[in-house]
Write a protein that binds this ligand. Sequence first.
Ligand SMILES: [Zn+2]
Ligand SMILES: [Zn+2]
Length: 301
Amino acid sequence: MAERFDVVFLGTGSPLPSADRCGAGHVVVAGDTSVLVDCGWGAARKILISGVLPSDINTAVFTHMHSDHITDFPDFLFLRWTSGATQPLRVFGPEGTQEMVDGFLMALRRDIGFRLAHHAGKLHPDGIKVEVTEVPVTARAEKFLDAGGMSIESFEVNHFPVVPAFGYRMRFDGRSVVMSGDTIFCESLLHASQGADMLVCEALNVPMLEMRRNALRIMGRELQASLFGDVPSYHIPTDEVARLAKSAGVGKLVLSHLIPPIPNDGPEVQAFTQGMAELYGGPIHVARDTERIAVEKRATA
Ligand SMILES: [Zn+2]
Ligand SMILES: [Zn+2]
């Protein structure tokens, strides 16, 4: 029987507030190993209700230093610690990851002392520690870690001016999943996705964003409308996601990091992927928070 290889979606939204979709966060579960991929707003609080014990996560990787991918990390550290972690968390990410971790730990310094004193010996002092490794930038996917038999590779994507920004490819038990991170269409993502069993890709629905932008203009919120106008320059539109999935021959396409964030149910879910099925013939799924999707071997033609 195939070993468990799942992606758990903690947050499928973006920086934009949403009742249904938190900031970016995932847990990739491979056999007995669980790896956190990003931890944006609200994502940490979704871990337990998604069926993952925070203390089972001993490795975290970050795609880039945008707030919607990192700001729940301090909460994750405490949830992991207080659910029984006894060893430091290993963290990997692009340049800037060490600074991000140091900043959060500095902010938490007093609280860590308070909790160690209050719980007198019950919390392991190493369980709140973090060991950071910044991963070099490579255009092609390169392995930087083996975690419990899962090989993890990073590659640079194009989220300019956010430099560097990474996507990740995980291989386990003869299967592979690619996590796009935040990016426009780029050769490195296309290359890394070649033959992947599953591609988890960010997606921008341009007409939906434009509708919201117009609504902001009508309300006189010119600054927000103008900021919305900057969004498409560093995210990938749904039609390009579908073309990329087709070119790369991926087995299954899962959309996460939806811009704009749509409700979990209702007509907008179908509308979000409008036109994609004509460009990519494989299964297209819009992920929702707390969902768990198995990485299954793609059907070969
Ligand atoms: Zn983002
Ligand atoms: Zn971003």
